[in-house]
Design a protein around this ligand. Structure first.
Ligand code: GUN
Length: 289
């Protein structure tokens, strides 16, 4: 029996299953007269962002969501971008708004995020959604952390009482995943670039979430036998291939479950974006989905 293969979390296949569930919820809304609408705003020509946005557009369309992608030039001013956000806030056919990050230099991301209607903030980055997550209220949860938890759920990982070490403290991943893990009764440690003895800390973890954007930072011998490893990193190696923040072959030898890169957490991010869009559409319209 090939036991190594069974350790790998199939994010691609799980994302297909989530998207199928989303498509059913979309149909339910369409039957009640509402097609969920998603607006994706891309400013500038960053190649990676262009790929992400194209994939989001394709996946949403495939799930029956009405997508509009707004491509704005890299010279767009803050005022012009805010005007687009306001227009989408006021558009009743749009239930989800995503402004692809990072924005070109000179644009104020924080102000843009704060201007998005929190009910349409499918990235879960508006301060009111951040507060809702911390307080355990109903809100919209950032897609990548939501995808990590969905993977744990679908693979039967019980987080209660587990020690989870989150490496990274970004608003998009580290901080929200820490809150979600707390919500699942894990004991959570958030580590970052100034943490002393990161290796020793990771060795105490039942669950390691790596979200720093440093290729291969987390070594295989930092992983406790039987630990669950969620690798959120997407880094381009010198060979042109994609690698995570975790040394995969070394970590796979010790882990009970591990997400590969690519094909692990990445596909789940888009699936959860679609899920958030349908959730937002249902809440805004007051319909069941
Ligand atoms: N850039 C990289 N990941 C994300 C994400 O989840 N949302 C947005 N808006 N931009 C991103």
């Amino acid at each position: 029996m090939d036991t190594t293969a069974s350790k790998r979390i199939d994010g691609k296949g799980t994302a297909v299953a989530v998207r199928a569930d989303v498509a059913v919820r979309v149909e339910r809304l369409v039957a009640q007269g509402v097609t969920p609408g998603l607006a994706v705003v891309l400013v500038g020509e960053d190649p990676a962002s262009q790929v992400y946005v194209r994939n989001k557009d394709r996946a949403a369309t495939g799930a029956g969501i009405a997508v509009q992608t707004r491509k704005l030039s890299a010279e767009t001013t803050q005022a012009e971008l805010l005007a687009v956000v306001e227009e989408l806030n006021a558009d009743n056919s749009v239930h989800g708004i995503l402004v692809q990050l990072p924005l070109p230099k000179g644009l104020d991301e924080g102000e843009v995020v704060r201007r998005i209607d929190p009910a349409k903030d499918v990235d879960g980055l508006h301060p009111l959604n951040v507060a809702a997550l911390v307080m355990g209220d109903e809100g919209l949860v950032p897609c990548t952390p939501a995808g990590c938890i969905e993977l744990c759920d679908r693979y039967g990982v019980d987080l209660t009482g587990k020690h989870a070490v989150v490496v990274g403290r970004s608003m998009l991943v580290g901080k929200p995943i820490a809150q979600l893990l707390l919500g699942r009764n894990a004991t959570v440690t958030v580590a970052h670039s100034r943490t002393t003895d990161l290796a020793g800390l990771c060795r105490t973890a039942d669950v390691v979430v790596a979200a720093v954007g440093v290729l291969g930072l987390v070594k295989g011998d930092w992983i406790k036998p039987g630990a669950v490893v969620l690798d959120v990193g997407i880094n381009r190696g010198e060979d042109g291939k994609l690698y995570g923040d975790v040394d995969f072959p070394g970590a796979e030898a010790n882990a009970s479950l591990i997400t590969p890169v690519p094909g692990g957490v990445g596909p789940m991010t888009i699936a959860m974006l679609l899920d958030n869009t349908v959730t937002a559409a249902a809440r805004i319209t007051g319909l069941e989905a």
